[in-house]
Design a protein around this ligand. Structure first.
Ligand code: ZN
Length: 483
């Protein structure tokens, strides 16, 4: 087989193609490798199973575009390129890649850490804003994993899914993790009602719902919490009973849809209020009563987790709250999950220490910012145009993301020299403005085409930046050296 691998490399070189050496691999009498041709990256295939791939013959080689269909064949031939469940792995880390270019950099970033990476992770909102499908996202991760020759396994997270239809779509596309977002079934008004108003609203709930909750929680000594007052229970039931029912239905739906293991996360982080331990306990306990054990739960933690900037809030309070949630998670046998983890280095040491490394953390947009840093460095004129565009269109971007930095604080870019541009991505206001503009920018043909061309050309610069930036997140989480 060594001969077949060698043959592919020789053939590719004869054709003037550059071979990504770490990608060259063989299975079933077939060798595949990522190569660079003048038209862009291709999957070069040689051997018995080559006919399974769709591409163009160049001498003995088949040169295949990096499409969803070719990714599917790749995953069949080399199962390590296929997303898989991370059940049993204590520390997992989500790395949403909105451009579909970051995986090789992410592979390098996790090297040396005992972490299960979720290289593919997108919400429906992100798919819409970037014009991609779950299959596109997974194919990009699969080719990235293959390019680097990474064999450690990775996951694909259908993030913040809200309906059974979205779950089906994610599972059929190959997602190995489902994050259910119940926010549309949570009654956000209930927590602000007076005790009387809450009692009155509670009395209107179906009798069997009330009976069930009262029987389970009133007059009982509950682990971790002690007792729950009637008023507290009323508020929790009013707020969450529909969301809990929805979560149970969705779990049953996952069980019916697939027989392969799927990591199930319940997210209640995108709610208006901070999740109390009592709420967390009741939700977990209701799922447990149905025989459902999530793999992770994402409560809404105290403080503010805004896109692209550091945590804002009382770190001591965060640590105390986090500890109670951790106890509840441990009692019910799952991991806590922390979303919007990009750039929240100040909370990571607490999270790492409190959980002993048994945790799921999600990051997403931070790799987009690293891509913009490459842009600022390599094509200042295009960066300037993107920067002005993002500032101008920030009100539009704010429809999707809640941010609080002040655009007025961003120094006028026209007065700065090119060498200064990367500095903008270190300023909270500019960083956040660029962060949330990704969907609008990627929809502009003048930006999109030139940007992707640039990142393709400077891919090594991009990977190097990702490696440093993401490894820093992991060091904080694992209690490693601080930078
Ligand atoms: Zn979230």
């Amino acid at each position: 087989m060594q001969d077949l691998k060698k043959e592919l490399t020789v053939q590719a070189r004869t054709l003037g193609l550059t071979v990504y050496q770490s990608s060259v691999d063989e299975a079933e009498g077939t060798v595949c490798a990522i190569v660079r041709s003048p038209e862009g990256k291709r999957l070069a295939v040689l051997g018995r199973e080559a006919a399974r791939f769709a591409g163009e013959s160049r001498d003995a080689l088949l040169l295949c575009p990096l499409t969803v269909d070719n990714a599917r064949e790749l995953m069949l031939l080399f199962p390590y390129t296929k997303p898989q469940s991370h059940r049993g792995r204590p520390f997992s880390f989500g790395l949403g890649d909105r451009l579909g270019l970051a995986t090789p950099g992410h592979v390098r970033a996790i090297s040396g850490f005992d972490v299960f990476p979720v290289f593919a992770q997108q919400s429906i909102r992100e798919l819409k804003l970037t014009g991609r499908s779950f299959s596109d996202v997974i194919a990009a991760a699969a080719f990235g994993v293959f390019q680097e020759g990474y064999r450690g396994g990775y996951g694909a997270d259908g993030d913040h899914l809200k309906t059974e239809e979205e779950i089906t779509y994610a599972l059929e596309s190959g997602c190995s993790m489902i994050t259910l977002d119940c926010s549309e079934h949570i009654d956000t008004q209930a927590s602000s009602l007076s005790a009387e108003a809450a009692a009155a609203a509670y009395a209107c709930l179906p009798e069997e719902v009330r009976g069930h909750y009262e029987e389970a929680y009133l007059g009982k000594t509950l682990p971790i919490l002690g007792t729950l007052s009637e008023a507290e229970l009323h508020r929790i039931v009013l707020t969450f009973w529909r969301a809990i029912r929805h979560a149970i239905n969705c779990c049953r739906h996952i069980e019916k849809t697939t027989s392969t293991p799927v990591d199930f996360e319940l997210s209640i982080d995108e709610t208006l209020t901070v999740t109390t331990p009592e709420e967390h306990y009741v939700i977990a306990s209701e799922l447990a009563a149905e025989g459902i054990r999530p793999d992770s739960v994402a409560p809404h933690f105290s403080g503010t987790f805004e896109k692209g900037v550091e945590y804002a809030g009382d770190l001591d309070r965060f640590a105390r709250d986090f500890e109670v949630h951790r106890e509840i998670a441990e009692y019910f046998g799952y991991k806590l999950s922390l979303h919007s983890g990009s750039d929240k280095l100040s909370v990571f040491s607490t999270v790492g220490r409190a959980t002993g490394g048994r945790v799921h953390v999600k990051t997403a947009g931070t790799n987009w910012l690293e891509a913009l840093a490459v842009l600022a460095e390599k094509d200042p004129a295009l960066y300037r145009r993107a920067h002005r565009f993002a500032i101008e269109h920030r009100p539009e971007a704010e429809r999707y993301y809640h941010v609080s930095t002040d655009v007025g604080e961003i120094p006028n870019i026209d007065l700065q020299c090119d060498a200064y541009l990367p500095e903008y991505l270190r300023m909270p206001a500019a960083r956040q403005t660029m962060h949330i503009a990704y969907g609008l920018l990627l929809a502009q043909p003048w930006f999109r085409e030139a940007f992707f061309r640039l990142l393709d050309r400077y891919e090594e610069d991009y990977y190097a930046r990702l490696r440093v930036h993401i490894a820093k997140h992991l060091r904080y989480l694992t209690g490693g050296m601080k930078q």
